[in-house]
Design a protein around this ligand. Sequence first.
Ligand code: EPZ
Length: 417
Amino acid sequence: MDRFVIKGPCRLDGRVAVSGAKNAVLPLMAASMLTGGTCTLENVPDLKDTRTMMDLLAGFGVVSSLSRGVLTIDASRISSFEAPYDLVRTMRASIYAFGPLVARFGKARVSMPGGCAWGPRPVDLHLKGLAALGAKLKIEHGYINASAGKLRGAEITLGIASVGATVNVIMAAVLAEGRTVIENAAREPEVAELARALKGGGAKIEGEGTSRVTIDGVAAIAPFAHRVIPDRIEAGTFAAAAAITGGRIEITNCDPSQLGAVIGKLEECGARIEIAESAMTVTGPERLSPANVETGFYPSFPTDMQAQIMAALSIARGTSTVVDRVYPDRFTHVPELCRFGAKIARDGNVAVITGVEKLEGAPVMATDIRASSALILAGLAAEGETTILRVYHIDRGYERIEEKLGAIGASIRRVKE
Ligand code: EPZ
């Protein structure tokens, strides 16, 4: 398992280009199975999760290849309908195979994804949605077995504005008979992008990006080509890196309009952010001011930025609070940040952060994608050497992050184990 060795403190300065969005490309890859041909995706990040999804699709008989950011996916010869546990347990987004396989072939056997580092990750809303469209579901030996004739449109209200459940229902509904209306749909940009790509293949969808999405089923979805949107969480992570190091980073190939809550919170902490068309320049203050952060569903402050803002607040001048209303247990980064000397007390889904003057480099362990990036941010600001173990977590969601940070002044190197 590789590790990162970081020498801090550093003041980042320079320009960084954001890669395509992991959480946009994964549903798009699954959606290619709705078509009987070859789809092309551009601006695809070469991540561990991208490769895992390619492996998962290959198991169904899909042939895909990724070269210089262009991913072609040939779904014309699908011959298997099973998503095995050993792949699904490494990437929860494997559940996205469910909707397309049931919609196009009337069958699927997908392993339950199980939990993750911060607790249970249920899929009940995915199952309720597919059942509402007419799929017969049985859970046996940890697998979801689905069979269906032609799916039929339905009125579906999601109890929680779940990204994954919205994605799966949209993908199933585009080939169903008649109209499906999803109430309380997820509004995340990545969900809207999936709808836009499917409309390029002939799908009839209205309301994407709002909490009410209407889908009128069609007979077939033609192969589509789509350019993946920038990764708003990677952009937010680099903005937090400028804030915590008191540096100045021009973040290009991003869409600031998708980061309103993050930009607002970083400005509240004293960062100066200049917005351009598809870029933003973030300048960190000498010392950050404290703030109170609450995560929520888009466009609220994203839970995927919770660990990163907590790292920045750990050296603010005063006391801050962070509340995660999406994942109440998403705090595995807290004990690791405390190893840097941060003063963070957790009570349920609330963390109270008492800002300290400085952090000290330490050996720490990554536990999930976003927690890993928070440890990198702390290591950049800390005095001395930091070693981060299990960086395969970060490779799942950030493309060449050590190269990108090294190019703007960080002392960070990967040590291959
Ligand atoms: C997506 O996960 C993202 N993953 C996550 O990013 C992100 O944290 C999350 O949305 C929230 O924004 C991808 O897009 C691949 P949810 P997802 O369904 O779809 C509950 C990262 O770091 N829920 O919106 O799994 C759930 O427990 C990853 O890139 C149910 O109860 O999230 C949570 O409390 C981490 N039943 C809430 O809904 C269900 O059937 C939101 O989860 C589904 C979800």
